[in-house]
Design a binder for this molecule. Sequence first.
Ligand SMILES: Cc1cc2nc3c(=O)[nH]c(=O)nc-3n(C[C@H](O)[C@H](O)[C@H](O)COP(=O)(O)OP(=O)(O)OC[C@H]3O[C@@H](n4cnc5c(N)ncnc54)[C@H](O)[C@@H]3O)c2cc1C
Length: 495
Amino acid sequence: MAAKASAKPLHEDAVGNWDIEADVVVVGYSISGVSAALGASDGKTKVVALERGGGSEGTCGGILYLGGGTAMQKAMGHADSADDMYTFLQAALGPGVDEGKLRIYCDRSVDHYNWLVDCGVALITGPDTEGTPLATPDPDGFVQVGAQEYAGGGLVWTGGEQAYPFNQLVNAVPRGHMPRDPEGQEDLFEGAVLKSMLAAGERSGVECVYNTGVERLIVDSSGRVVGVEGRSFGEPVRVRAKRGVIITTGGFIYNDEMLAEYCTPVLTGAAKLGHGGQDGHGIRMAQMVGADAIHMDCADATLVNTPHISFIKGILVNTLGRRYINEDTYYGRLGTETVYRQNSECFLVVDDNIFMESSWLRPSWASDSLAELETQIGLPVGSLEDTVAYYNRGAAEGRDPLFHKGPRWLQPLEPPYAVLDLRNQSFPISAFTMGGLRTDVTGHVLDVDGSVISGLFAAGRASAGLAVHGYCSGISLGDGTFFGRLAGQTAATGD
Ligand SMILES: Cc1cc2nc3c(=O)[nH]c(=O)nc-3n(C[C@H](O)[C@H](O)[C@H](O)COP(=O)(O)OP(=O)(O)OC[C@H]3O[C@@H](n4cnc5c(N)ncnc54)[C@H](O)[C@@H]3O)c2cc1C
């Protein structure tokens, strides 16, 4: 965790000499930062990035959420459109999605895919890619790659597209695009997208100064952001930005004060999904010059990092012994519903058949009697008996009248039963934050009136992106690269 520094802005009159001069300065050089730098690199614009870590610290996964008819989708025979993608994402990421941003993201998603490929991002082209086979189906036909259900070729289902309620809205289409190591060494290489993009940044002549944590913005008398002050090995570094500063410093899951200020208390105790650089200081620096920050209470919370088949076939119940969600939905949705609506308190109920398939399960309680389990867990008398009886009646007919779990996963639960305690203290959820600086579509940071803060831009998890109260795997790398690039292009114009 970074040392606490004041984020109060410095007036340019106090600067004296600038150590570095650039047209565009990017703060934080991970996936959004490198995309911003590439967006600004038009051959005439000097771009300097400042990165606190010794190399990029981004704990960048690999999946990119793209669609609307990408070459990969077409190759695998999936008919997608920008409108279908929009309809799905508006429902899955909301409520509260920025419709202007979502529209442009969907309309230009195919172009963005092509740009990423041109930058050198290597995508898995099919199951025959060199290396280990991607996955083998389990007896239920469920094929898992990493934490996702495999959809063939280089695609995975990453947002619950096939599950209720989204399958009622629009045709289910997979949009999670998987990268591979650009050197072809390893499929599903964590960080593969970042590695490829950093190489593209180097080819484009982006200068990155590492080991330099930016502490505050520098402003002129009109309030325009004209540079940044950082610190490198204890020494101050002042960098002039003639056209703009782009903040891409990530979210704030590692800042417990900000978590306590903005988020549900459950998140403060959550396992942190990310890296210590995500301390919110970039957001604070911008707030200090009047930036608005929105959706600060929102986070992607993951109940289990791998949605095993046992989760889907079992039932999740809350402390009232009631189900509250269709268990076949995206695992991030299971986590978010559990954290925000169940105070992170739930139990997984399975039976012997499911248990036998699930070597990872370590049941907290087991019994032939649901009444006995209620007493052991501390659930209201009769609650679990009622829940299981009702579920079993529907499951026997291939129906889930309450939550519409797909018939493929429905089977009555028979004794003996096992219950896994998933309450936060025994099975911590992991999370990263979604809220951040309020930006317009082209990346300008806005104040609380919605006015542009001159010279200041943001993208990635430091900004409020596409995901608000819901999430899909791949949307962070998706919106970070897309809106990072756009912010870079805008900043380069100096407007
Ligand atoms: C294990 C894991 C797997 C994931 N998998 C996926 C996936 O498959 N698909 C997906 O879309 N998302 C995934 N995510 C989420 C995704 O990696 C992040 O949301 C994404 O990295 C955010 O990118 P960013 O560039 O906005 O910020 P970050 O990647 O957090 O980068 C911010 C950078 O800024 C630097 N920095 C911070 N403060 C300062 C400062 N003051 N001065 C200078 N530099 C600073 C940091 O050192 C860091 O390098 C995953 C996350 C984790 C943890």
